[in-house]
Design a protein around this ligand. Structure first.
Ligand code: SF4
Length: 225
């Protein structure tokens, strides 16, 4: 996916959770992005905030968000309501961007004009601009009631800046005896019959039902991202 497409998914959510690391702890904040170009996606804070210091120290950031937080609601019978939507998460590498570079980019980039406004009004923002220059991530598009397709999930992984990532889901090995138990027990329609059976990774929730049902341990659990 292009940076512009990834940015649109994030922009539609708007308010996101940004997490950094500080002294071995994960620290999260509510934040948002404020522009993108071919070099990455931009956001800002103020120079003296712990957030800015943590980002400068580690260069690491994760971002996540969801289109509709009402996903946790229930109807009068206690049944969970799952409106369609998507969640998105990114594992990012970030670096500071100078005031001069932001001003130069803003001449041809409407989104970054607000960064210039902020720098002119809040001096501490002059050294508070960052760019996400490398990232890998995933869009977890859910339709649990199958209103727009015949399976619940569509997981899309992406990267920019030359980052590598692992595919979603477990792997069925050649030890498979084709008994079909994983196929019958998968509630995500994520298994295809074959020799051996195959996991359709984009549909897989990583729930592990297949692993628990395989009589010959022919399935290797998924790797981390
Ligand atoms: Fe193959 Fe195991 Fe699935 Fe049976 S449960 S089809 S042996 S992977």
């Amino acid at each position: 996916m292009k940076i512009s497409e990834i940015y649109k998914y994030l922009e539609k959510i708007g308010v996101l959770t940004f997490s950094t690391i500080s002294s071995g702890e994960v620290h999260s904040r509510i934040a948002h992005l404020n522009g993108y170009d071919e070099d990455g996606m931009y956001f800002r804070t103020m120079k003296n905030k712990p957030y800015a210091r943590q980002l400068k120290e580690t260069g690491k950031l994760t971002i996540c968000g969801i289109t509709d937080s009402r996903i946790l609601s229930h109807n009068e019978d206690g049944v969970p309501k799952f409106p369609t939507g998507y969640s998105i998460r990114l594992i990012c590498e970030v670096k500071p961007v100078s005031e001069e570079v932001i001003r130069e980019k803003a001449e041809n980039n409407e989104d970054l004009k607000t960064a210039v406004y902020d720098m002119d009004h809040y001096p501490a923002m002059k050294e508070g601009n960052f760019v996400i220059y490398k990232a890998k991530g995933e869009i977890y598009d859910f339709d649990f009631d199958c209103t727009k397709r015949d399976h619940k999930l569509l997981r899309k992984r992406f990267q920019f800046g030359g980052v590598e990532y692992n595919k979603v889901g477990p792997t069925i090995t050649d030890s498979c005896i084709e008994c079909g138990k994983c196929y019958r027990n998968c509630t995500f329609k994520a298994i295809e019959k074959g020799s051996p059976y195959v996991i359709i990774s984009e549909r897989c929730d990583d729930c592990g039902n297949c692993l628990m049902n395989c009589p010959v341990n022919a399935i290797i659990p998924s790797k981390t991202f």
